[in-house]
Ligand binder design. Structure first.
Ligand SMILES: NC(=O)c1ccc[n+]([C@@H]2O[C@H](COP(=O)([O-])OP(=O)(O)OC[C@H]3O[C@@H](n4cnc5c(N)ncnc54)[C@H](O)[C@@H]3O)[C@@H](O)[C@H]2O)c1
Length: 396
């Protein structure tokens, strides 16, 4: 395809929306992608007003149906290359299906959708139509997540025995939804959020971090979904004990009622040879603990292959991924940018008729999204039976 920036269309993002903004900054990060259009709000009139008031010129549409239909008659260089879906969970499946059928790639927020039927249809369609599909599990985009994945998957910590993967927040410790707070109101509503509140919202991030870094799957789980704030329908505290595919064990836990915790996502992986510790609120380094040795801290961009722990042949593409020198901190927006940058590579290959990977190594795939939904449904079922050990369904 000609050397022009990719054209991105937004689904959602008007009137006080949150996650569209880190995304739209990340889309523009490299100059090789740009937001050109948006269906920003469910009410068509407000959608157009919001587009007209967007901080830079974009083409506004009254609905995502209109945006996807109009795309067919645009000149080649103006067509959308991908859409970004940043709506509440109940508005993920429909625009994603319609975009894929119209030949537009999809980058979708997590959790992938509302239930396993929707998720299975998305996987099937993405495969049949051979369309790039990414899911926005932000924290995979930290370089330290990439390095952690390399360290654990190449066996440097030995066999994984135990993983504690968590995402702890405190913002829903009171009944914030009763104040009309936008992000709270739909997250506590099963029709708009799905079968689990806290688990679907942030437990899926903790699961994804575990799977991405270790390469292990949850085979069986015993779940406790709890609701501490009276009158809330969905869980606000989510504790899942897991048997992993290698025989190891894990805790995948999330909470939104732990006052003081902000976006405390982290992972600890204990292997037979050592332990890795990482926290996203301090995302520039990981700690490695080896028996009988001083603790090691690896900073993004400042690692030396062949240092006595890392081998000499650390992959060149991993070493090249940092964008700025260590000590100039990367964080949340950079992680989003890394995901969009990697998604762009696949979209460009697809447009050029080449094979593309979408294999979950650079950003979460639609299959990863499916696994997140399968995990949530299995947790809900187990929790209803007082934490009975329940097997995860087979991958779509
Ligand atoms: N990856 C992450 O780190 C992360 C962080 C926050 C939220 N999220 C996910 O992003 C999604 C959005 O969350 P948020 O917190 O930004 O929500 P939000 O309520 O702040 O924004 C949602 C936006 O979607 C719009 N919308 C709703 N229905 C629409 C429709 N039919 N057509 C067009 N626009 C519509 C709303 O008007 C609003 O602009 C959710 O799926 C959430 O789970 C992910």
């Amino acid at each position: 395809m000609p050397n022009r920036p990719l054209n991105v269309g937004l689904v959602g993002g008007g009137r006080g929306a949150f996650i569209v903004h880190p995304h739209q900054k990340a889309i523009h990060f490299d100059g090789t992608r740009r937001v050109v259009a948006g269906a920003l709000f469910p009410d068509p009139k407000i959608a157009l007003e919001e587009a007209a008031a967007w901080p830079y010129p974009i083409k506004g549409y009254g609905s995502y149906d209109e945006m996807i239909t109009a795309n067919k008659s645009l000149p080649e260089g103006e067509k959308l290359d991908y859409i970004l879906i940043v709506t509440p969970n109940f508005v993920h499946h429909d625009p994603a299906m319609k975009a894929m059928k119209a030949g537009i790639a999809v980058f979708c927020e997590k959790p992938l959708c509302l239930n396993l039927d929707e998720a299975t249809e998305l996987v099937k369609t993405a495969r049949e139509l051979n369309v790039p599909f990414g899911v926005a599990h932000t924290y995979l985009g930290h370089w330290t997540s990439r390095l952690s994945r390399y360290i654990v998957r190449s066996g440097l910590l030995g066999d994984v025995r135990w993983v504690d993967s968590y995402y702890i927040q405190g913002w829903l410790a009171t009944k914030l939804e009763d104040t009309g707070q936008q992000q709270a109101t739909w997250r506590v509503d099963p029709k708009r959020a799905g079968g689990s509140g806290c688990g679907g919202d942030i437990g899926t991030h903790a699961l994804m971090q575990l799977r991405y870094v270790t390469g292990l799957e949850v085979a069986e789980l015993s779940a406790h979904l709890e609701t501490f704030v009276a009158g809330r329908q969905l869980d606000d505290h989510f504790t899942i004990y897991c048997k992993l595919s290698n025989g190891g064990k894990a805790l995948v836990r999330a909470s939104q009622i732990c006052i003081g915790h902000k976006n405390d996502l982290g992972i600890e992986i204990a292997g037979t040879k050592g332990t890795l510790v990482w926290r996203q609120e301090d995302p520039e380094s990981i700690a490695i603990h080896l028996p009988g040795q001083p603790d090691r801290v690896y900073w993004r961009g400042a690692v030396t292959p062949g240092d006595g722990f890392l081998p000499k042949d650390v992959p060149a593409d991993l070493m090249a991924e940092p964008t700025i020198p260590p000590g100039h901190p990367e964080a949340f927006h950079d992680a989003f940018a890394r995901l969009h940058r990697c998604f762009e590579v696949d979209v460009r290959k697809w447009k050029a008729g080449q094979k593309f990977a979408s294999d979950g190594s650079k950003y979460a795939s639609v299959e990863d999204g499916w696994t997140g939904i399968a995990f949530i449904e299995t947790c809900v079922a187990s929790s209803k039976q007082k934490g009975a050990w329940t097997a995860m369904p087979k991958r779509a």
